[in-house]
Design a protein around this ligand. Sequence first.
Ligand SMILES: Cc1cc2nc3c(=O)[nH]c(=O)nc-3n(C[C@H](O)[C@H](O)[C@H](O)COP(=O)(O)OP(=O)(O)OC[C@H]3O[C@@H](n4cnc5c(N)ncnc54)[C@H](O)[C@@H]3O)c2cc1C
Length: 231
Amino acid sequence: MTTIDFRSTMTVELVDHMGTDETIARSARVSSGTSGNLTANRGLLNMLMRDRHGSPFESVTYQFKVTCPIFVAREFFRHRIASYNEVSGRYKVLEPVFYYPTPSRPLRQIGKPGAYSFEAGDYKQQRTAEGEHKRMAVEAWDSYEHMLDRGIAREVARNVLPVSLYTSFYVTMNLRSLFNFLSLRWAHEDSKVPTFPLKEIEDVAKQMDAKARQVCPIAFEHFDAHGRVAP
Ligand SMILES: Cc1cc2nc3c(=O)[nH]c(=O)nc-3n(C[C@H](O)[C@H](O)[C@H](O)COP(=O)(O)OP(=O)(O)OC[C@H]3O[C@@H](n4cnc5c(N)ncnc54)[C@H](O)[C@@H]3O)c2cc1C
């Protein structure tokens, strides 16, 4: 029997990037024909963020590789202003990697749609959530392998696999689009507009934020300062 890898972590790699804070300032300055030093650029980026002059932020591009369960990827792919390439379940046999909620994952949903809060489950709920995720993953994987053994095409056999299966994809997005993603997928303490993201996509967003801000620290400083609203 195949050994299944159970995980609850999300992985984000910054694979490539183009542009810096200076690129944003240069793009903006073409309209006035001016030039500026670091201090002037800091002021300019502040103004662009504050007044939501968004297009200069499009001149910086990032490519990330994200490894996460399908239920997280589904939410991610709703962000249309990005380019994606994902592992194919038609062209290759998938890896037996499945998500399960660890005891630290809140399990109880309190409140109404649009204003939920989540609280820790009790011991019994934690054991049940973990046990059911693992039981169904093992059963689904057995069924997938059984069909492959019988010569059934990968694109048909994969249909029995649940959304807790891990997938990997490259996402390429510009900084303006990334700010939009981060504004929606991280309930950050500096956010002016509240949001209620899924914990696991928030884990992805936090990692993307940490890596992307190293490339454009000034733009991110102003993003935070102006309430993390996409320009
Ligand atoms: C907490 C939360 C809960 C959610 N719940 C649900 C849900 O229950 N059901 C559901 O279906 N979705 C849900 N979503 C997904 C949500 O509706 C958006 O599809 C997703 O957040 C992508 O946002 P976006 O359109 O701004 O991003 P992108 O698609 O990347 O678009 C970026 C920006 O481009 C512009 N844009 C893009 N496409 C168009 C267009 N066709 N017309 C006009 N302007 C456009 C908009 O300004 C948009 O903000 C939820 C999202 C969050 C954060």
